[in-house]
Design a protein around this ligand. Structure first.
Ligand code: ZN
Length: 290
């Protein structure tokens, strides 16, 4: 079974606004649309058996978010739930809340009990909250109590006003010590801090990383997996694409090309069998969602 743990809910069911493409700071190799229609999204997921979908709750302290995938929590969760209801055999929805929203815990209840969402997506840098702050810890505690895994955006972003430090994976070490039963996924292996991500996931049994949105930076990509192999955490890596920024198909194909950069050199290879195993990992069981 192939599980894509990282896809974004299409905000518009029919035609997406033609406001264009992600720029080279996101995808240095090619332009990609920022949002797809429901049908386009499902076509892109054809080779995937199950996909986790979500968007990000906006900061209630900010008037207008600059990003199409980030808006009011209730609307984000309603959109994700509607998309999952249309394709229930393939999709698993995660909710999002903003820890500084006084209604965050109530929205977590609503989104799980009424909407059937089964995990949480947070982007501490995009949402501008301290992952070690008391507001965030209330959300983490509730997620642990409800058995909801949390997927965190981790690593850099070209967004000028997204605080880099809030998305540094070293902070998740303290979160995992405080909430040892909480399942967590560090997105993008926290690029370009993959080494720090590895230091965290190797010591916490319930903390994983997804491999999404890395393959188009081939040196970084190769290094990430060589480090993961040397540190013995290849088994903690989950398949994810970051659709629509990258597709599951290109992410799958890239699993087989990680060693291309070693050709004609004495550089060590990443074991192909370990790369292949990422694609077939039982991520839903690991996250308590089976
Ligand atoms: Zn993403």
């Amino acid at each position: 079974m192939i599980v894509d743990v990282h896809t974004h809910t299409p905000r518009h069911r029919e035609a997406a606004p033609a406001d264009g493409a992600v720029n080279a700071a996101w995808r240095p190799d090619q332009a990609r649309p920022t949002s797809l229609t429901w049908a386009e999204q499902m076509a892109a997921l054809e080779r995937v058996d199950r996909a986790i979908v979500f968007n990000i709750a906006a900061d209630p302290r900010v008037e207008n978010e600059p990003w199409d995938l980030m808006y009011a929590a209730r609307e984000v969760n309603d959109d994700t739930a509607a998309f999952v209801r249309a394709y229930p055999d393939k999709l698993i929805g995660f909710l999002s809340v903003h820890p500084h929203d006084p209604g965050a815990l109530v929205e977590m209840e609503r989104a799980t009990q009424e909407l059937g969402l089964r995990g949480v997506k947070l982007g501490p840098n995009y949402q501008n909250f301290d992952p070690l702050g008391p507001e965030a810890f209330l959300v983490f505690r509730r997620a642990e109590e409800l058995g909801l895994p949390i997927l965190f955006h981790q690593g850099t972003s070209p967004n000028r006003f997204a605080d880099l430090d809030y998305a540094h994976p070293r902070h998740i070490d303290r979160v995992a010590m405080a909430f040892p039963e909480l399942r967590m996924i560090l997105a993008h292996m926290a690029h370009p801090w993959q080494a720090d991500c590895i230091a965290v996931i190797r010591k916490h049994p319930h903390v994983y990383a997804d491999i999404s949105a890395q393959f188009y930076r081939p040196w970084s990509y190769y290094n990430a997996f060589r480090l993961a192999h040397e540190w013995g955490v290849m088994g903690k890596l989950l398949f994810g694409s970051d659709l629509p920024i990258a597709t599951p198909n290109e992410t799958m194909d890239a699993l087989g090309t990680v060693n291309a950069i070693t050709e004609g050199t004495a550089l060590p290879r990443v074991p192909e069998r370990e790369m292949e195993a990422i694609l077939h990992r039982d991520s839903l069981r690991l996250l308590g969602l089976a």
